[in-house]
Design a protein. Structure first.
Length: 227
């Protein structure tokens, strides 16, 4: 049952956030075939950033859970610090490189003699700019989410991520995007949602970790007093 309690929220999180991606794709479709092509091409190189951050998120969960299970919760804070620093050290340079070399990379997937070449590249660069340049924030969000899961809380990060990565973007699409119907405004929803969700995940981690450490120190004091 404990395994289900940890696994079910993760499955629900990925399933529900996928619904948000479908709705966002439908919003992209409303902007025309050129935008759809540019966004699809940008998605190919965007995945270059996703792999290292997914790995760091899993590492954060594993090391947090291992130290907690080993009765060494004081090691969790250094794990958090090192994972966030690694995200920044890897993410910021990679995001910058992706932006500066975005056009040549996008050009791999479309023929230069295609009449829509310039328009597709321009549309793809919108996604690269708003998502690629700020993707390290998503890395921080995923790492903090993994840390909270490692502390044994799986439902909380699920709710936070669904609200930030799904509900907030859907609200954005049906409000701000309807008023300013452009690809730039649509993809601006990503960094905004990442910042909001990251902030809430950090707050959740800090509060849970402080309460856990307070109980741990109290338990240690009681043990010492009993000797």
């Amino acid at each position: 049952m404990r395994l289900l309690g940890m696994g079910v929220p993760v499955g629900l999180q990925f399933s529900i956030t996928a619904i948000g991606s479908v709705i966002l794709q439908s919003a992209v479709n409303s902007l025309g075939a050129v935008c759809v092509s540019g966004v699809a091409v940008a998605g190919k190189i965007y995945m270059l950033l996703a792999c290292p951050f997914d790995a760091l998120a899993m590492a954060a969960t594993n090391f947090t859970g291992q130290n907690l299970g080993a009765g060494k919760p004081e090691r969790i804070k250094p794990v958090y610090r090192d994972c966030i620093l690694t995200v920044l050290l890897i993410g910021v340079p990679m995001c910058a490189l992706l932006y500066f070399f975005g056009q040549p990379l996008l050009g791999i997937y479309i023929a230069k003699d295609d009449p829509a070449y310039a328009s597709v590249i321009a549309s793809g660069m919108v996604r690269v700019t708003y998502m690629g340049m700020t993707y390290f924030v998503c890395g921080i969000m995923e790492t903090c989410c993994g840390m909270v899961r490692g502390l044994g809380r799986s439902w909380m990060p699920m709710v936070v991520t669904i609200f930030g990565a799904c509900v907030l973007r859907i609200i954005w699409i049906y409000t701000i995007f309807q008023t300013h119907h452009t690809l730039d405004v649509l993809y601006l929803s990503y960094p905004v949602s990442w910042v909001v969700t990251s902030a809430v995940h950090v707050l959740c981690f800090v509060l849970i970790y402080r309460r856990m450490m307070a109980r741990w120190y109290t338990h240690k004091e009681e043990e010492n007093a009993s000797y």
